[in-house]
Design a protein around this ligand. Structure first.
Ligand code: SAH
Ligand code: SF4
Ligand code: F3S
Length: 469
């Protein structure tokens, strides 16, 4: 049994890692033929993309997908630890699994994702959910075939490495869409913001080799994909651990040259955003003018306590540069309210920064204390009612700008990647603009998976209404 340990996760030594190729051992191929799985993914794009790989592995083992968890032979939860409510959701689901398991003793259940990396979660599972088949961490999810198979004979298998292991390439993927795809470029995070659990759950920063990334993108192009999203907790740090003079800018340019119609990337830490990157986004029409630039707070003193490594002024300067060089830029952000010690004045600085940046989209969160992170021990934790009230005030302002920005597009034509039919309306479709805005479109027989010109008719806070010509 290999359990996680945050102390070990925290050590910052850089270990050389090797790239290895995944191959499902012959004995596991189709070994679960006729069985079904249900997969529930909590968390960010990183987790969604991990699920695409885990599902492909399960399918190679012979499993078929089942949408109703009550019917499935295997239930797998790919969990997230970013905030406490993500924890509650996963444990709520485990509770439901417990009832099912009482009725169907042969039900198989597995836990993977970021929660598996937490000591407190593994202890809770050992105490209250020992009927699980396996708990596997983010660094070794590709070992599910072995762990599941062993568990059938020996019971619960816990294998969670505290530190990242080798970088595994060529894991199969069951991508959710046939026109847009996630492509990992860098794993882990070295920033250790004081509130955040991600560096513990995902390990040190490790870049994939540029050849592997470009090869994957070229394959996607041959398969007809229109859009790639380059993924990482901090994509701008790409290459720092691997190359002397090949960073995110160079990679972005090489990806742009593949001529894939749309390139997106998440997430950018303001600290590593260089002028070279801004120039490239402005230069290449296939790099989308849509940037997610989490600010977290508008107060320099709170940013310092958060360990974000930039001030309010640095951030505003960067936004100014971005807006000047990329005229049609859509800017989005993440904001945390109620970080320990946040005074009313600090919070008002966040509101004033929002008014200056006029974000197109913003994800706003109440600070959630995470076990193992330094911010947990800070004095002056803010009362829940104050956090709630601040969140509401903040949301009112961000929503105002979403609508205001959307209104500017009414009457214009936008290039939209058509993603599917509207679930609610007949003869209606939905898709996303270059600036990543959702458009609901009236039209007949629109080409799903293609980019077409759409006239914007109406603006709402979170979407646009458009018409195909
Ligand atoms: N790597 C990304 C963020 C990943 S987590 C970045 O640094 O930009 C996504 C968002 O969750 C963060 O931007 C932050 O706003 C929020 N978040 C992280 N930890 C949190 C916590 N303890 N409480 C509340 N929100 C948190
Ligand atoms: Fe978390 Fe900060 Fe890393 Fe983002 S940059 S994942 S907020 S530690
Ligand atoms: Fe959650 Fe892990 Fe992503 S904690 S936000 S799933 S990296």
């Amino acid at each position: 049994m290999q359990k996680p340990d945050f102390k070990e996760a925290k050590t910052t030594d850089k270990r050389p890692y090797v790239t290895k190729k995944f191959q499902l051992e012959k004995k596991y191929k189709n070994s679960f033929q006729g069985k079904t799985y249900f997969m529930k993914t909590y968390g960010c794009q990183m987790n969604e993309h991990d699920s695409e790989m885990i599902e492909a592995i399960l399918q190679e083992m012979g499993f078929q997908k089942e949408e109703n968890y009550e019917q499935a032979d295997l239930i797998l939860l790919n969990t997230c630890s970013i905030r406490e409510n993500a924890h509650h959701k996963a444990f709520g689901m485990l509770g439901r699994c417990k009832h099912l398991k009482e009725k169907r003793p042969d039900l198989m259940i597995g836990l993977c994702g970021c929660m598996s990396q937490e000591e407190i979660v593994v202890e809770e599972v050992l105490k209250h959910y020992p009927f699980l088949n396996f708990v596997v961490g983010t660094h070794n999810f590709y070992k599910i075939p072995e762990l599941l198979t062993t568990s059938l004979k020996e019971g619960l298998q816990v294998e969670v490495y505290s530190r990242e292991q080798d970088l595994i390439e060529q894991i199969p993927m069951d991508r959710k869409a046939t026109y847009k795809a996630y492509v990992n470029i860098i794993y882990g995070c070295d920033k250790f913001c004081t509130y955040c659990i991600v560096p513990y759950a995902r390990g040190r920063q490790r870049s994939r080799k540029k050849e592997d990334i470009l090869e994957e993108i070229k394959e996607l192009i041959t398969e007809g994909y229109q859009e790639v999203t380059l993924l990482g907790q901090n994509v701008n740090a790409y290459g720092k651990d691997l190359y002397e003079s090949y960073g995110f800018g160079e990679l972005l340019e090489d990806v742009a040259k593949t001529k894939i119609p749309r390139i997106r990337f998440v997430t950018s830490h303001p600290w590593d955003f260089t002028d070279h990157m801004i120039d490239l986004i402005a230069k290449y029409p296939n790099i989308m003018p849509s940037i997610h630039l989490p600010v977290q707070s508008g107060s320099s003193s709170i940013l310092k306590k958060m360990g974000r490594r930039y001030t309010r002024e640095n951030y505003l300067e960067l936004v100014k540069k971005l807006k000047a060089k990329i005229p049609n830029l859509a800017l989005s952000t993440d904001i945390i309210v109620g970080f320990p010690g946040e005074s009313e004045e600090d919070f008002e600085e966040t509101l004033s920064l929002v008014k200056l940046c006029k974000y197109d989209n913003a994800f706003t969160f109440i600070y959630s204390p995470r076990v193992g992170t330094p911010a947990l021990k800070l004095k002056d934790q803010i009362e829940e009612s104050v956090k709630e009230e601040r969140l509401q005030r903040l949301n009112k302002i961000v929503n105002h700008y979403f609508l205001e920005n959307n209104k500017k597009l009414v009457g214009t034509k936008q290039q939209v990647l058509i993603e599917g039919r509207s679930p609610k309306q007949k003869d209606a479709y939905f898709g996303y603009t270059e600036t990543n805005k959702l458009v609901n479109i009236q039209g007949k027989d629109l080409p799903i998976g293609k980019i077409i010109s759409i006239e914007i008719m109406e603006a709402k806070t979170w979407s646009l209404d458009g018409r195909a010509n």
